[in-house]
Design a protein around this ligand. Structure first.
Ligand SMILES: *Cc1c(COP(=O)(O)O)cnc(C)c1O
Length: 212
């Protein structure tokens, strides 16, 4: 049962950690079931799917975009999105800023960092982050708030590899926290969230552990 999964997870994590229920590919009825047991944060990785579900579900759900976002789709979510975790290029950051200005909004985002060796994973390289924060601190993106970093570990059962990737992201979070006020370190999925918490994650994104 979704309700039992949620309560087991919530009782095993510190109360200051935000649990994002990753509902991609899950039917609206099952999301409603999670919502009715008190879950308000949901993550999707496709714009179309998120927009369709958001229209059918309660308005107080906090929607998190966790997948690669195309610039031409920013306008479709800008008015209701709670947090965009997957900002992986300056052009996307610029587009989110422009759409936010148009709609007179301030949009909360995370910077996605490529910590994984998987070729398929998106994100800024670690050596590009200085430039991202330099631009941000020079007020280039006035209608965007960078609230933290997001990353995904390599898909592997090599624990020490995953730990070294989480450790890297955690140290980057500490580094940039000294320059601007960051709030969220989004790392950890169903298979590795306990490890992520060990490295100071405070936002975990779980799909299968909740819905399967
Ligand atoms: C699918 C997905 C998750 C959740 O994965 P599970 O292994 O089902 O917990 C977390 N983060 C991102 C970015 C995802 O795409």
């Amino acid at each position: 049962m979704i309700k039992d999964n949620l309560s087991a997870i919530l009782s095993s994590i510190p109360s200051e950690v935000t649990l994002v229920a990753v509902s991609k590919t899950k039917a609206v009825d099952r999301i409603k079931e999670a919502y009715e047991s008190g879950q308000l944060d949901f993550g999707e990785n496709k714009v179309q799917e998120m927009v369709e579900k958001a229209a059918l579900l309660p308005k107080n759900i906090r929607w998190h975009m966790i997948g690669h976002l195309q610039r031409n789709k920013v306008k479709d979510i800008i008015e209701f999105i709670h947090l965009i975790h997957s900002v992986d290029s300056l052009r996307l950051l610029d587009q989110i800023n422009k759409e936010s200005i148009k709609k007179k909004l301030k949009t909360d985002i995370l910077i996605q960092v490529k910590i994984s060796k998987d070729v398929s994973k998106y994100g800024f390289l670690t050596n590009e982050l200085d430039n991202v924060f330099k631009n941000y601190l020079s007020n280039k993106y006035r209608n965007v708030n960078i609230l933290g970093l997001m990353g995904m570990a390599t898909f592997t059962d090599n624990i020490s590899q995953i730990e070294s990737e989480f450790s890297l992201l955690s140290s980057l979070y500490n580094k940039y926290s000294k320059m601007t006020n960051l709030k969220y370190l989004s790392m950890g999925m169903s298979g590795d969230y306990l490890l992520a918490l060990k490295y100071n994650s405070n936002m975990i994104r779980l799909g299968s552990a909740i819905f399967n």
